[in-house]
Design a protein around this ligand. Sequence first.
Ligand code: PMP
Ligand code: GLN
Length: 383
Amino acid sequence: LVPRLEPFTSTIFAEMTALAARTGAVNLGQGFPDTDGPPSMLAAAQEAIATGVNQYPPGPGRPELRAAIAAQRERYGTTFDPDSEILVTVGATEAIAAAMLALVEAGDEVVLFEPYYDSYAASVALAGATRRVVSLVEAPDGRFAVDLEALAAAITPRTRVVLVNSPHNPTGTVFTREELAGIAALCVEHDLIAVTDEVYESLTYDGVEHVPLGTLPGMAQRTVTISSAGKMFNCTGWKIGWVCGPATLVSAVRAAKQFMTFVGGAPFQPAVAHALDTESAWVEGLRADLSAKRDRLAEGLAAAGFGVRPSSGTYFICADVRPLGFTDGAELCFDLPGRIGVAAVPVQVFTDNPDRWRHIVRFAFCKRDDVLDQAVQRLHTLA
Ligand code: PMP
Ligand code: GLN
């Protein structure tokens, strides 16, 4: 293995899911739902397989899916040309890696907000580039907020891309319009490309609005917008993702993508197109369910003695382990499955500054209520 990839040999999600399986623990570590997506979408995939949609789809993705993605983005007031401004990818993960390979050169710098989703650092390393990390800061109400001064300080003449994930995994923070406007202003001032990861775009709660960075003034021409069907329709294993943006940037990402997987997921593409076109009420139901699950887990964690932080989106809620007398989230997370039968993820592994994040662990609430209740019951035995 080349040295620059040595830090990335195994992911915390694989480790924790394996540990949960070995110990029979309730898995609130890896974020994936334990119920299926809309029945009409599942039927559409079966129909596609049965009717021969099993060969290579077109390089940019099947036309009905690109049209459905363009129609879905209209809700934000943005129009993308399905033929030149949309690319279907093998999940958001491939889109992020392809964007890095296509847009940054060895030696360039990419700014990430920490804690960062694990594939970002690995994708920057794949491209031979260097990451510059800006920590989210804990506001007095416990929300993890954007520090615009720290962002400004992290930008150098080598900076090429700012990668922005909102709604944010692992904190559950949804970046505010003001925070995004601050990021946009710095991108414009320094002529940077923004790559956005919006895979949780439909999962915001309490009326909190998801604002795509690419909709802000000056940003459309410099933003690569990435999303995916996995979280929108409970189909994380289908790996249908997409890239939207100006034709120049999308065709650059496509140039890299075509030599990574070329294409993927043929029969799932029409099924996701069908879901985008017809299942927005189902997604609203999912959002309501997840918001109730967030409340359920938040109350349970608080009652078990954790210092629960606010989450306005995603599958995740963060908690401070210090009120229970622990100091190191990683130690706790590796101990919990064997000791009480619950798996969670330490947030420090998503950072370059583990000391700042050592006390925070992430729990996934995208699980059936009985699963959440069982986890909470077990966590009560910690106190
Ligand atoms: N970005 C974030 C923030 C995620 O949490 C995930 C994991 N689900 C992904 C990207 C990967 O998305 P996909 O499964 O579509 O590759
Ligand atoms: N996105 C999921 C999470 O954050 C995990 C996906 C993966 O295992 N790579 O838990």
